[in-house]
Structure formats: C-alpha cells, structure tokens
Design a protein around this ligand. Sequence first.
Ligand code: GCO
Length: 440
Amino acid sequence: AGTLRFPRDFGWGAATSAYQIEGAAKEDGRGESIWDTFSRTPGRTRNGDTGDVAADHYHRWSEDLDLMRDLGLHSYRFSVSWPRIQADGTGRPNQRGLDFYRRLVDGLHERGVAPMVTLFHWDLPQSLQDAGGWENRDTAYRFADYADAVFRGLGDQVPVWLTVNEPKTVVQNGYLWGHHAPGRQDPDAAYLVAHHLQLAHGLAVRALRATGSTARIGPAFNLHPCYPADDTPAAAAATRLYDGYENRLYLDSVLTGAYPADVLADLGEDSRLVRGIADGDLEIISSPVDLLAVQYYTPIYVTADGGTVRRWATSEAEWQQIYPEGMYDILTRVTRDYGPVPITVTENGLPCPDVVGADGTVDDAGRIAFLRDHFAAAHRAIAAGVPLESYHVWSLLDNFEWAEGYDQRWGLVYVDYATQRRIPKRSAHWYRQVISDNGL
Ligand code: GCO
C-alpha cells in the first residue's frame, strides 16, 4: 500500500449549488427561476420535490460554514443564484441578494476557507426563459451584465470564478431529453443553446477582465471519457464522434477557438448552431482562461451504431458507472490535447443509500471507497504531469438532486430534512483525515 502524498499546496474542497441547497425561494427579493417552474410542474421531479426549502442553507449558512471549518476544507465551491441578484434577469442588482453572498464570502475567509464561485448553475431567471432562454442570443449578454454585477458586488474577495456550470447538461438534459428545466426535446435548439452558453462564458471572462480584477476565471465542464465498446473500426469511429459531442464541442471552442469540424459536419450547415455563429463569436468564446474546472463522474462505452453500453457497476444514479481509471484518463487527456492549463476538479462523488444508524452515525463505506480510488487516480495523473491544483467533492451536503429530488444523497454531511439537522457521515470524518494528512 504505502501512502500517497499530494503536492504541498494542493487544495481540498467540497461543492454545492444554489438551487440545490439554499431554499428560501421567495425571500429577500429573489425572483423565479426555471427550476422553480419546472420542479413545481406535476410529474417533473421525483415525489414532486422542489427546492423551496432544500437544505435551508440560506438560513443555516453560518452553521454550514462551521462544518466546513471543522472538516478543514481549503476551498468551498458554491454558486450564486442569478434570480437573487436580478429577479427578472436584468437591471439594477438586488442589494439583499448580494449581501447574502457577501456574508458567505466573508464568513468563509474568517474560517480560512477560500471561496470558489460559480456564476451559473442552471437557475436561469424565468423572465429570461419567457424571452427565449438560452435559445435567445441576448441571454448571453444578459449573463455578462449579471456577471459584472456579481464581480463588482463581491469584488476582490473571490479568488476564483467559474462561469457556466456544465453547459453540456443544460444542452442534453434540458433540451435533448427534457428531464431537466426547461424540459424541451429539440435537438436543433439544443446545439444553438450550446453556442449561446459558450458565448455567455466568453463574455463573462471579458467582463471580469474589464473590471481590472486579478482574480482567476474559467469554465466548468463535465467531461466523459468515451471508449469503444468493442474493437471494431466502426465502434472506434462512433466513439470519436461521440467524444466530439461530449467533450470537444466545449473544450475545443474555449481552448482552441474552433468548434470540432466533425461535430459541425454531423450537425449540418442548416443547423441552428452553424447558422447561429456570428463573426467574432469564437474569439469571444476562446478568451484566455486561467484554469479549467473538470467534473468527472462516469465513463461512456460507445457501440458501432453510436449507442452505449454499460461495462462497470452502476451507482444509485443509473447514469453513473464506477470507474476511477476514467479520472486518470480524462485528466491526462486534457493536458495532452490542450496543453498545461491549470486544472481543478470541481465535482466528483457518489450517491449512497445513506441512513442514520441506531448509534446516530451514517456509515457510508461505499462513498469512502469511491473517493479513495478517485483521489488515487488523480494522484497518478499529477505524477504523470497534469497541473491539477485542487479537488472538490460533490457534495458538501445532501441536497436537491434535480429531477431525482431528495431521494439521492450525495453529501459528505447527512441532512435530516424533517429537522434540517446536519450529521457528518463517516466519509466526512475520513475526508477530514485525508485533508489533514494531505493524502491517503
Ligand atoms: C452539476 C451536477 C450537480 C449534481 C451532481 C450529481 O452540474 O454540477 O449535475 O448539480 O448534483 O452532478 O448528479
């Protein structure tokens, strides 16, 4: 066995997002988001769950910050709720909304935890959706205005900003399959949405630079290593294109300034994406970034006909196969193909059937094994030359898992939703030791 030591200044963290934990859906001037609309629509989420209360973090933030301090976290990744800052997605920022995040950021610094702030984790103001949402190019410009308000409101207290969280999930879950807000099933719209999300990212990068800030900024992509399901040339070719849609569409546009030619050819000249690219867009999208945030959960195995098959044990999330080697593969691949851009892992985790035992503890041995194997894979990637600087476990707390509602528990800390009591799981105690040892 032996021990695995991480680099001396390696950052250990945990992640959440606004709609998933905050609750307080109607307080302090917060407007409606597309997730309020979607989750309140019958049949959209498991048990009809909504984020109205969630983990009540909006009221319990101080207690939650104490939990982070007790864990010894170096970094906490959370997101700002756009409709708290601009109820209708435009106009003068809502000071009460900014104040909440200001308290959070100050409270983190007081406890020695660095804030890492995501600007958009899917909770688009409903008013902007009513005006076409991400199908409307103007939404990207509205996002840049909102980002500017947040940059100025939280100022120099935030060392790292992330622009758009997982644009691909909005594209696929929101517009291809429809099981996330806004619940559409329209492939042609989906890829135009991809372009506008990428444009929004680039405009936000430029907006930060325009403030004169020295903070760092980058995109947050969920990347899926794609492998052929068999060794036929047809499976290899199908895997290559699949990878284009899963990974290169996002990585290439930001890091090389061009969309992948095979994906554009596959979409066709008449597609709304191809027709929607204006002169200069790719220059905006590829504005230099300071770091790349990678979220890894699962590999994908692609068959000759472009379908997928499972190869490894699946978690409680039916889309997740447990394959730690995929972490190594995706990190080394990004560095090999895109050069030495600093990388932070901003999400990785496992849902478990967590229950509070008779002794009041939560024994999530499966999560510990999962994290240990993925940390070890990340360590090997560092040894292979990947400039990985930090790692954030998804998630700090059990929370609203989108269409899955509250049934799936992803937290290091258990949330008893009836009382909002927090109980650090065994994995939280284990993680505290990993952080204090800076290794395994
Ligand atoms: C994201 C993720 C999270 C999920 C997590 C577990 O986009 O950041 O989807 O919000 O809760 O990935 O599925």
